[in-house]
Write a protein that binds this ligand. Structure first.
Ligand code: UDP
Length: 320
């Protein structure tokens, strides 16, 4: 059995579906603070918190857990700047709690949801795993602290881990059953699609004076099902008794304006825009070098067309 924390969340829900499709029984733990009960459509659901050691122990006692996929976390950069303590506690301290309980029950396989935010301001593009690690906000710092701890832990014991550094997760499962819901929504694609659906008036472009061809920020949008697939590949990789850290990105970048154009194409709607100030902490360009995941995990993104990614997001969003 596989324990998936945070499977009520956007990425966790897709990982849960994939593991279920692969024939695994999953146990899902989510405190539903940011997750949604209706996104947990597979496996055994347990509502609870990672700080609850008693609950964690009871889960490991009851179920024969082979590996843990840990996606439960707070993930808003903006909120992390405002409430750093909350981020260090939730993302670092409670992860240690989970790892502690895993150790007590001799569970040695861990797949960790990390982020491109661990790199900080990029020194070169595309960003490889060897790039400097200088996160510029408490969110990225809290994730890096976990990565650092995992490295130490794996050196000292037979514990193995895979840390997956996601770039911009996007899209939705093609079934339309699960997708992206954040309250409040801050991400570019769902906000632009909300404009197309008449739920918002316009999209604010955060800065058009960046050193990029059209002046807007460039990001690497990787489909959430590709991210889910990498969790499965990571799980298989752990059978080699090795640990590893991998970037997950399409390896291609799209500007904010290109995303808006693609949304217009997919939805056949004109999307009004307004240019606002830059958002603090946004680097001009983030693109993944995904060669390591390709070589070692044999993982490659299957969604390589931005219109297809946006269409999958739209097909979910139109229903909610
Ligand atoms: N962005 C924007 N307007 C919005 C939301 C986002 O211009 O309402 C930009 C943001 O500055 C960034 C890109 O879109 O360059 C992707 O932002 P998002 O919040 O989706 O993901 P992030 O890159 O912060 O993880």
């Amino acid at each position: 059995m596989i324990l998936i924390t945070g499977a009520g969340g956007y990425i966790g829900a897709h990982v849960n579906k994939l593991m279920h499709d692969k024939g695994y029984q999953t146990i899902v733990l989510d405190n539903l603070i940011n997750g949604h009960k209706e996104m947990v459509k597979w496996g055994e659901f347990i509502e609870g918190d990672l700080k609850d050691t008693k609950l964690l122990k009871s889960v490991f006692e009851k179920y024969d857990i082979e590996a843990v996929m840990h996606l439960a976390a707070l993930a808003s950069v903006k909120e992390s700047v405002e409430f750093p303590q909350k981020y260090y506690k939730n993302n670092f301290q409670y992860t240690l709690n989970l790892l502690n309980v895993m150790e007590k029950f001799n569970v040695n396989k861990f797949i960790f949801s990390s982020t491109a935010s661990v790199y900080g301001e990029p020194e070169f593009i595309p960003i490889s795993e060897e790039h400097h690690l200088k996160p510029i906000n408490p969110y990225g710092k809290s994730k890096l602290m976990v990565e650092n701890f995992l490295l130490e832990k794996s050196k000292k014991s037979d514990f193995n881990y895979v840390a997956l550094r996601y770039f911009n997760a996007s899209g939705a499962d093609l079934s339309g059953e699960i997708g992206e819901i954040h309250v409040p929504e801050t991400h570019l694609i769902p906000i632009v699609l909300d404009v197309a659906l008449g739920k918002r008036e316009k999209i604010a472009i955060f800065g058009d004076d960046y050193p990029t061809p059209d002046g807007t920020c460039i990001r690497d949008y990787v489909h959430v099902n590709d991210i889910a697939a990498a969790h499965f590949k990571g799980f298989e990789f752990l059978d080699n008794n090795k640990s590893g850290i991998f970037n997950l990105g399409m390896g291609k970048g799209f500007s904010v304006k290109e995303i808006i154009e693609s949304c217009e194409k997919v939805t056949s709607c004109e999307i009004p825009t307004i240019v606002e100030d830059r958002r603090e902490g946004d680097p001009a360009i983030l693109i993944a070098d995904n060669k390591k995941a390709e070589k070692v995990l044999k993982w490659k993104s299957k969604f390589n067309n931005i219109d297809d990614i946006i269409e999958s997001a739209y097909n979910f969003q139109i229903k909610i």
